[in-house]
Design a binder for this molecule. Structure first.
Ligand code: PLP
Length: 399
């Protein structure tokens, strides 16, 4: 009998399945709004100028590629801490933040999940309902029972904040709560700063373990604005986790550049936590790769490249906002009777359009417009050439 005889076929990743369907579609007007990737107005994946300049500098002074330390490039970890917490912030100055370079935001989440399972194996994990699909899979794979707290309310066309807060207030001590720091994926709805204060107070009083997933810093309101929640958590005096991704903000999806930071009580605790995070890394992939993190370090630590990055990131953010506004305007012009102005109140890459599964299936099969069955569309994949077709198609399925 073969060892693999009883191995079952795993379900297909729904987004990748959608991509395959899109690639096979012969409709010349097809538009892929399924993936979470930013494209420019020509429908191209951008290669940022700041990245090109950093790479040019790196090529001019080529370096041998030895193994990196287990926790990655020290200057990278420092630059991440500076960006996420502020270089002059109290926790950074007190050396009580343990930061490790990770393989994208996913890698940061996974290292954090494995470490949490080591220190608190019986805890439950709460993710938002709905959430980025991989949250559930990743924490389950790490050995946790994963449940959800209410987040999106279709009836409200927004966040069911009372439901969210009630669930947090009922969660047993030690529950790990995964929170989207900004630009909630998939809904596009964030909670307000005042609501964050309430969440932080609930998490603190219930002694929950906050894990902030920051995959879109700079895509919402701005780098500082999107990161403001971190300062609020620091001010509340709790230990917490932050995963960082540069996949979107540097358009470096394939380089796998991210990080995990754990804010601890003091320097001694951070040292011990770091030593355990290093074991998680060592036993998984030994140490991280050099290229992407060197690019990001160069950009973040070279003032002129940093300014260029901030400008280019702002350009992506503004273009997404423009697409949201155009979507609202053009849907109305195409004859949609419903008030779709909620689309311009959402932030980040995605829009929960409110379309049903049947309508999304029709959009695909009749018009070649691909979003997920949940009604999620990637606004960052709209452009001045495809938006009219998308609006006309949505108008038809809504009529
Ligand atoms: N977290 C959220 C909420 C995301 O949407 C994504 C990517 O889509 C990630 C994490 C993972 O980012 P990365 O590609 O850097 O692993």
């Amino acid at each position: 009998m073969s060892l693999f005889q009883s191995v079952e076929m795993a379900p297909r990743d729904p987004i990748l399945g959608l991509n395959e369907q899109f690639n096979a579609d012969t409709n010349p007007q097809k538009v892929n709004l399924g993936v979470g990737v930013y494209y420019d107005d020509n429908g191209k994946l951008p290669l940022l100028e700041c990245v090109q300049k950093a790479e040019k500098q790196m090529m001019e002074a080529p370096k041998a590629r030895g193994y990196l330390p287990i926790d990655g490039i020290a200057a990278y970890d420092q630059a991440v801490r500076g960006l996420v917490f502020g270089a002059d912030s109290e926790p950074v100055k007190s050396n009580r933040v343990a930061t490790v370079q990770a393989l994208g935001g996913t890698g940061g989440l996974k290292i954090g999940a494995d470490f949490l399972h080591l220190v608190s194996p019986k805890s439950k994990v709460l993710i938002s309902d709905p959430s980025w699909e991989n949250h559930r899979a990743l924490f389950s794979q790490a050995g946790f029972t994963v449940e959800a707290y209410p987040y999106y309310s279709a009836a409200k066309r927004g966040v069911d904040f009372d439901g969210m807060l009630t669930a947090l207030n009922l969660a047993p001590e030690g529950t790990i709560v995964v929170l989207h720091a900004c630009c909630h994926n998939p809904t596009g709805y964030d909670i307000t700063p005042a609501q964050w204060d309430q969440v932080i107070a609930a998490v603190k009083s219930r002694k929950l373990v906050p894990f902030l997933d920051m995959a879109y810093q700079g895509f919402g309101q701005g780098i500082a604005e999107d990161g403001a929640v971190i300062g609020k958590f620091v001010a509340s005096g709790q230990d917490f986790f932050v995963s960082t991704s540069f996949s979107k903000s540097f358009s470096l999806y394939g380089e796998r550049v991210g990080a995990l930071s754990v804010v601890c009580k003091d320097k001694d605790e951070a040292g011990r936590v770091l030593s355990q995070l290093k074991i998680m890394i060592r036993t998984n992939y030994s140490n991280p790769p050099t290229h992407g993190a060197t690019v990001v370090t160069t950009v973040l630590t070279t003032p002129e490249l940093r300014a260029l990055w901030e400008k280019e990131l702002a350009g992506m953010r503004v273009r997404i906002k423009q697409m949201r506004e155009a979507l609202v305007r053009k849907l109305k012009a195409a004859g949609v009777k419903e008030d779709m102005s909620f689309i311009s109140q959402q932030i980040g890459m995605f829009s929960y359009s409110g379309l049903t599964k049947d309508q999304m299936v029709r959009l695909r099969s009749e018009f070649g417009v691909y979003g997920t069955d949940t009604g999620r569309m990637c606004v960052a994949a709209l452009n001045s050439k495809n938006i009219d077709h998308v609006c006309a198609s949505v108008a038809k399925v809504l009529s």
